[in-house]
Design a protein around this ligand. Structure first.
Ligand code: AMP
Ligand code: GLY
Length: 431
């Protein structure tokens, strides 16, 4: 079978790498892909991003399955389009992807279905938003309603920060949020204390299969400080998700979400990612939903997945997920993101990358997944985006996985590279 992965980041490199290992897969196309997928065995880049062009390609090439990595094509309706063309695709429809693309939709949905999350109010008028912040006090969380690649959120420790965030999101928009129809809107939320975890499931609209648990590091600097990013590193499993927490998440969050979407006539098919906040009593609440795999969570999850990903996705597109049980490597996987100079606000492009493992290097329990890289005309690998690489490794413990990932990273160089030295600290030094 020929398969198609839509996207160009580390998550899509990991999806393509994993699918290429399936005995039933002949070629994996990645559209548009990156400098890593360009040379991954069994994988080919396809320089297309237009959705109609992708559907034409899928028909002409007899693509047996398409899987979508990022949120933007989902929110633009790629799944609806492919299905209308009779093409098999794994992902949520545009209506179901609103769980991610509209924070206001997600919050109202959770409210309707009794799914635990922070209290919130949403505003289009700055004056009313400012009044609300004055009444609530800090800490408080201000979120832009729209797609912002994880950057449209300000966790304000003071009311002044919250006021500034409101003005920015409703007027200046220096974060570059893609607003939903109806214009700029902010959601203001109660601050939740606790530890975060990423809980990702695959759903066929009715049944779910939970993937392994994971955690990422959203802040740019060590010690979880500095601005939010798309994710600076991740590891799996997440020790905070004990068996008891896992059972509560399924019962209180995942099952009611899948049942609620189905009952509302917009069944959720695809990867559903619940970003959780787990308090000191082990009570999980939803921070956000994403309608896709996380990045860099996908890199560590797919490194640990022993089952055939193709079989999972085929079963999901046929409503057979009640038949599927996934097998996972018992080891930890840990991935460290190397980001470009200036990330997250203004990543620089064009820096030459050196020191990657040679294609014929002896196999290690790890892989360097590419994100913002391109092979320039001179065949040099160069940076082309904010997050550049995700250096991922397996180890018997979180500590060993971390050690191996940093060993793999050590020879890799590009000007202005930024990476955190403390990925996995919560798993290495549990409280
Ligand atoms: P989001 O894009 O909604 O996931 O928010 C990005 C990050 O902001 C989350 O991963 C949390 O670290 C933080 N955050 C968002 N909402 C809250 C909240 N209500 N309370 C505490 N932290 C939050
Ligand atoms: N790593 C967070 C995300 O993918 O949204």
């Amino acid at each position: 079978m020929k398969v198609l992965v839509v996207g160009s980041g580390g998550r899509e490199h990991a999806l393509a790498w994993k699918l290429a290992r399936s005995p039933r897969v002949r070629t994996v196309f990645v559209a548009p892909g990156n400098g890593g997928t360009a040379i991954e065995p069994g994988v080919r880049n396809l320089p297309l991003t237009d959705l109609n062009a992708l559907a034409d390609f899928a028909r002409a090439e007899d693509i047996g399955l398409t899987v979508v990595g990022p949120e933007a094509p989902l929110a633009a309706g790629i799944v609806d389009l492919f299905r209308a063309c009779g093409l098999r695709i794994f992902g949520p429809t545009r209506a179901a992807a609103q769980l991610e693309s509209s924070k206001a939709f997600a919050k109202e949905f959770m409210h309707r279905h009794g799914i635990p999350t922070a209290r919130h109010a949403s505003f289009t008028e700055a004056a009313a938003a400012h009044d609300y912040v004055r009444a609530q006090g800090a800490p408080i969380v201000v979120k832009a309603d729209g797609l912002a690649a994880g950057k449209g959120v300000v966790v304000a420790m003071t009311v002044d920060e919250a006021h500034a965030a409101i003005d920015d999101m409703l007027a200046a928009n220096t974060l570059g949020v893609q607003h939903n129809s109806g214009g700029a809107r902010v959601v203001i939320e109660e601050f939740m204390a606790g530890e975060e975890a990423s809980f990702i499931v695959a759903s066929d609209g009715k049944h779910v299969v939970a993937l392994a648990t994971s955690q990422d590091h959203k802040r740019i600097f060590d010690g979880d400080r500095g601005p939010n990013t798309g994710g600076m590193g991740a590891y799996s499993p997440a020790p905070v998700v004990t068996p008891n927490v896992h059972a509560r998440v399924m019962r209180e969050i995942v099952d009611p979400t899948i049942a609620g979407m189905r009952a509302e006539g917009t069944p959720f098919t695809g990867f559903l990612y619940a970003g959780l906040m787990i308090d000191a009593q082990g009570r999980p609440r939803t921070v956000e939903f994403n309608a896709r795999l996380g990045d860099p969570e996908a890199e560590v999850l797919l490194m640990r997945m022993e089952s055939d990903l193709l079989e999972l996705l085929l079963a999901a597109t046929e409503g057979r997920l009640d038949d599927v049980e996934l097998r996972w490597d018992r080891r930890y996987a840990l991935g460290v993101v190397m980001a470009a100079h200036g990330y997250p606000s203004a990543p620089r492009k064009g820096d030459a990358i050196a020191g990657l493992p040679a294609p014929d290097a002896p196999p290690v329990d790890g892989h360097v997944f590419h994100a913002g890289t391109v092979r320039a005309d001179d065949a040099t690998l160069r940076t082309s985006g904010g997050r550049v690489l995700c250096v991922t490794a397996l180890g018997e413990s979180a500590r060993l996985a971390r050690q191996r990932a940093y060993e793999l990273l050590q020879p890799i160089e590009f000007d202005g590279a930024q990476w955190r030295r403390d990925i996995g600290h919560r798993a290495v030094e549990p409280r």
